[in-house]
Design a protein around this ligand. Structure first.
Ligand SMILES: [Zn+2]
Ligand SMILES: [Zn+2]
Length: 281
């Protein structure tokens, strides 16, 4: 009779409450100087979603728009939130050398640096622009592109400055899949990330792209869990209305995969916070 008392609670299937979005672009895809008018809507979106911790991570080529004084003012006006000053360092062959210099110069004011691979062989076009970037995959050996992409990820991870790698398997964005087994390639890349003590992000952006899949894949996440690589949560929002996009689905995924903590960054120092189980009233 005891077996009839209550249904077994599957803890791994209870969604958790996500508290942070660590990949946002207040400037979008151009230089727009930080002002309260530009930034305050992001704080309001965070509050509305129940997020407690957000990081601004505009692309390094738009660093001229970043104003640390405005971020400080925003923090004063929104003392219930943690607001991180960050940047997304790309492997941009034209601009990122200057981006690196800017990061070094402002290191003490920054909390968080994301590292990203957006460029393959072409200097003038991000391969992840949709739909134009897909042309870079036409009539190409997809396995070779994957190998080249993950080599660039390791290069980014090894070059210093970054605390976390963004959208780790972005190369799948247009839906191109390798024909061969890439387990070794992935394993080597994650080993490299682990050895450098970096985090990786769980990004819902992949769900709004042609591939329609979380970045990174479940297989990569499972291997990262095994290697105890820490995670951030992110939507890669280019507008404040995109902040925390698809986080309920991400929370479900996190619960299903058994992830119990998410990390935050302050002045480049990482700390892991346990996720609270969501109490449904
Ligand atoms: Zn990116
Ligand atoms: Zn981004």
């Amino acid at each position: 009779m005891f077996s009839e008392a209550l249904p077994t609670v599957q803890h791994s299937h209870i969604p958790t409450l996500l508290f942070s979005d660590y990949h946002t672009h207040p400037q979008g895809h151009r230089v727009q100087r930080y002002t309260q008018a530009l930034l305050q809507p992001w704080a309001e979106s965070a509050r509305r979603l129940g997020l407690k911790d957000i990081a601004f991570t505009d692309h390094d080529r738009y660093h001229a728009g970043i104003d640390f004084g405005e971020i400080d003012r925003l923090r004063e006006r929104n003392s219930d939130l943690r607001i991180r000053a960050g940047i997304e360092l790309d492997n941009d062959p034209v601009h990122s050398a200057a981006g690196r210099k800017w990061i070094e110069k402002h290191w003490d004011k920054l909390d968080f640096v994301l590292g990203s691979v957006h460029f393959l062989n072409r200097d003038d076009q991000m391969f992840d622009s949709v739909p134009a970037g897909a042309a870079q995959f036409e009539h190409q050996n997809i396995d070779a592109i994957y190998a080249d992409y993950f080599r660039r990820v390791r290069e980014m991870a090894g070059a210093g400055l970054v605390g976390c790698l963004a959208h780790l398997d972005l190369v799948k964005i247009h839906g191109h899949r390798p024909t061969g087994d890439i387990a070794t390639l992935i394993n080597e890349t994650l080993e490299f990330i682990r050895a450098r003590d970096l985090a990786i992000e769980l990004s819902t952006a992949g769900w709004r792209k042609p591939v329609n899949e979380l970045y990174p894949s479940d297989a990569i996440i499972k291997l990262a869990i095994e290697k105890q690589i820490p995670f951030t949560t992110a939507a890669d929002a280019h507008s404040h209305v995109q902040l925390g996009e698809n986080f309920p689905s991400l929370a479900q995924k996190i619960a299903d995969l058994g992830i119990r903590q998410i990390c935050m960054f302050e002045k480049h120092k990482r700390a892991a916070l346990p996720l609270q189980l969501q109490i449904e009233l």
